[in-house]
Design a binder for this molecule. Structure first.
Ligand SMILES: C[S@@+](CC[C@H](N)C(=O)[O-])C[C@H]1O[C@@H](n2cnc3c(N)ncnc32)[C@H](O)[C@@H]1O
Length: 358
């Protein structure tokens, strides 16, 4: 855990709704603030995805008494230390994973929480830094670990160069919804015979050669495969499922959980979670994780439909096009386990799961 730096001088935080320098432009910020209502918060709000601090600063500027800002990427915390001091004790910077957010809130002395916000995915800084290996547009080592190259666990290059072809195809299909998954996995397996695939552009070229050339306005052919590998490397959907359950445990009655997602796999998990926990299908547990017979709702939905970006935000930030916000208010019903199988997580085969160590 990193305490917020003491101010070395008057550090004026940049306006929260604009990206400082080359930073990350926060998405659906006004809508997230409306859901969390920081000025009325009776306790701390946990931002599970600090990134460039767009949400964290806006929540603090809107009057939240305290924010616990979490990121698994040490470089996000380092960057935040440049401005965190301006908020003094109101801000705690915490290195960790949002799947553990209840334990992290407890350690920060912030439980129970008045709000939790998650802005799922990678930041612009992670995408733009070639050395992180997230982008098929910039050449760099094929890494993709959000914790950085020093992290434990396999990098994207490890998966690409060592997984059996069938496991690779499974990941590309399930996590990338890539219809040409088998063709691409075959091409990767053939290419690595000549030597390991080490860089983003080397992989992007192998993938591109398997698919029709993208027409203007269409996504790059490697988009789906890179998404799939990133999800696998970082266990992103497992983290999301764990975070939703942890938020249920950590939120005080009346506290708000707000989640912004960027693709259908993530949104499906969040949608099903809220449906089940607000009294819809799947809220009653299962033989794996039984809960009481008549499960009371754990959340009241703030809106039935997801909130999407309006025209003005889309004009400013095209990345907001696929963003969806879902939010719910915690009831006073006790937290209870829920079978993650009900969340629509993509079904990797047991053999693939074993190969990636899950
Ligand atoms: C889309 S960015 C967040 C941007 C932020 N809302 C802002 O306004 O600047 C997502 C951030 O979440 C972090 N992240 C992704 N998965 C995480 C996890 N499981 N635990 C903690 N941080 C995570 C990434 O490292 C990245 O910095």
């Amino acid at each position: 855990m990193l305490p917020a730096d003491r101010p070395r001088g008057p550090i004026a935080p940049p306006p929260a709704s604009t990206a400082p320098g080359q930073g990350h432009l926060p998405v659906l910020l006004a809508e997230v603030l409306a859901a969390l209502d920081p000025a009325q918060a009776k306790g701390a709000i946990l931002d599970g995805t600090l990134g460039d601090g767009g949400y964290t600063r806006a929540i603090l500027d809107a009057g939240a008494p305290r924010v616990v800002a979490v990121d698994r990427d040490p470089s996000a915390l380092l960057r935040a230390r440049a401005w965190a001091g301006a908020y003094g004790d109101r801000l705690a910077l915490v290195e960790g994973r949002f799947g553990d957010l209840d334990a992290l809130a407890e350690q920060a002395g912030a439980a129970p929480l008045a709000g939790v916000v998650l802005d799922i995915g990678v930041s612009s800084m992670q995408l733009d830094e070639p050395g992180r290996g997230f982008s098929f547009l910039r050449d760099g080592p094929l890494d993709m670990r959000m914790e950085g190259a020093e992290a434990d666990g396999p990098s994207a290059a490890d998966l690409v160069n060592t997984l059996p072809e069938a496991a690779l195809a499974d990941i590309l299909f399930q996590y990338g919804e890539e219809r040409a998954s088998r063709r691409i996995a075959k091409a990767i397996a053939a290419a690595r015979e000549a030597g390991p695939i080490r860089t983003t552009l080397a992989l992007a070229e192998i993938i591109s050669a398997c698919l029709p050339r993208a027409k203007p306005g269409q996504p790059h052919p490697a988009t789906r495969s890179f998404q799939a590998l990133r999800i696998a490397v970082n266990d992103e959907l497992g983290e999301l499922a764990r975070a939703l359950a942890a938020a249920e445990r950590a939120l005080a009655p009346g506290g708000v959980l707000a989640v912004v997602t960027f693709h259908s796999l993530e949104d499906r998990v969040v949608k099903r979670w809220f449906a089940a926990r607000s009294g819809g299908a799947g809220g009653g547990g299962s033989r794996h994780a039984p809960v009481e017979e008549t499960a009371a709702p754990r959340f009241d939905l703030l809106s039935r439909r997801p909130v999407e970006a309006g025209e003005a935000e889309l004009a400013r930030n095209p990345r907001a096009r696929s963003a969806r916000l879902r939010a719910g208010r915690r009831t006073d019903a006790p937290a209870a386990p829920m079978d993650p199988h009900g969340l629509g997580l993509p079904g990797l085969t047991v053999a693939t799961l074993k190969e990636v160590g899950r």
